[in-house]
Design a protein around this ligand. Sequence first.
Ligand SMILES: *Cc1c(COP(=O)(O)O)cnc(C)c1O
Length: 430
Amino acid sequence: MELTKSAAAFAEAKKYIPGGVNSPVRSFKNVGGTPPFIVGGRGSKIYDIDGNEYIDYVMSYGPLLLGHGAPCVTAAVKEAAERGTSYGAPTLAETELARLVCRLVPSMELVRMVNSGTEATMSALRLARAYTGRDCIVKFIGCYHGHHDSLLVKAGSGAATMGVPDSPGVPQAVAATTLTLSFNDVPALKKLFAERGKEIAAVIIEPTPGNMGLVLPEEGYLETVREVTRAYGALLICDEVMSGFRSSQGGSQSLYDIDSDITCLGKVIGGGLPVAAYGGKRKIMELVSPAGPMYQAGTLSGNPLAMAAGLAALRYMEEHKVCEELESKTAILCGGLAKAAKRAGVPVQVHRLGSMFTVFFSAGSVKDYATAAACDLRAFGIYFHAMLEQGIYLPPSQFETNFLSLAHSAEDIEKTIAAAAEAFKKAARC
Ligand SMILES: *Cc1c(COP(=O)(O)O)cnc(C)c1O
């Protein structure tokens, strides 16, 4: 596989953009090599400037539930663009998307649209602090909630990959209000609340963490988190920026029957355009400006092109029961991957939920950041490059989640399993 043009483009990009990319994971720093520069995507495939074709399991890190260039989304964006790209005034589409989101995720009674997942979680924390009058928040090691100061502490994927779990530039005083816990550790949770429960405004959690690779909650864990937060008057913020419309149509809170106080959405909600949202119980959300005193605003929030894309994607998802179809496709793929690894004698843990999955290169079970971090990263790197060579584009880090789209065909899945059989053999030899 040739990547000559991509290598030159990467060198040129580095002259003007830090590290040559606008988001760190895209640089391939963790696995080495040159990231292909992409010219287009269609369905399950992406194409690079060297003329290579790949079956894509990155799907823009989650948003593209329907695949690249989904006709319903493209048509909606075109139609909206012809009426102008932004007004700074209310539009009907904003109410339509808000209404749809509140119906799909019933714990959300009022919802505010923003432009990125980072913005959603940042606003959700401010809201929880405003509502409770408390300063501390609790997050889980290896969960990622965006790159603002309060949450850039032990933050998984990008940060973990780069080896800078705590970024310089985050004031000590801000980091000090962020308390961290290990995921799936009930005694630690109870101990922290017994000691500092009255200072804690909120627990922010990915109910099914996807930013240390996909990790699942143990039986009863999320219920305990809900009970403990309620007992101490702290809010529960479910960050479903990744899992929303992915783990199931109503997200992980619906799968695990958790009543969230505030929910953050992103990725799929924008159908591939920059949209995210935070919302929750009416009495909490009524604090948000201009209904209430907690300030939060955005020049391009609720942008008409982005609303059109999100509405088209979510309507299609609901009408065609996309999440159910994707879950069965993902099960077939993951079954094939597990079998191929076993045949090659490579110990892996294959986790899946809805249309998300991760292959952990680990002999032991993976249930939190420590067990995820213990994976064989060298074997992952060999597997990753062997897949890329065969035209399978995976997220370039052990600590990312893979995504399927509606556009992935039975043939794509078959090809992927066949490629993985070769890639596992290579990893076994190392
Ligand atoms: C991607 C992600 C974010 C951040 O969203 P951005 O749009 O990249 O700012 C926050 N939380 C979770 C769980 C995510 O997966």
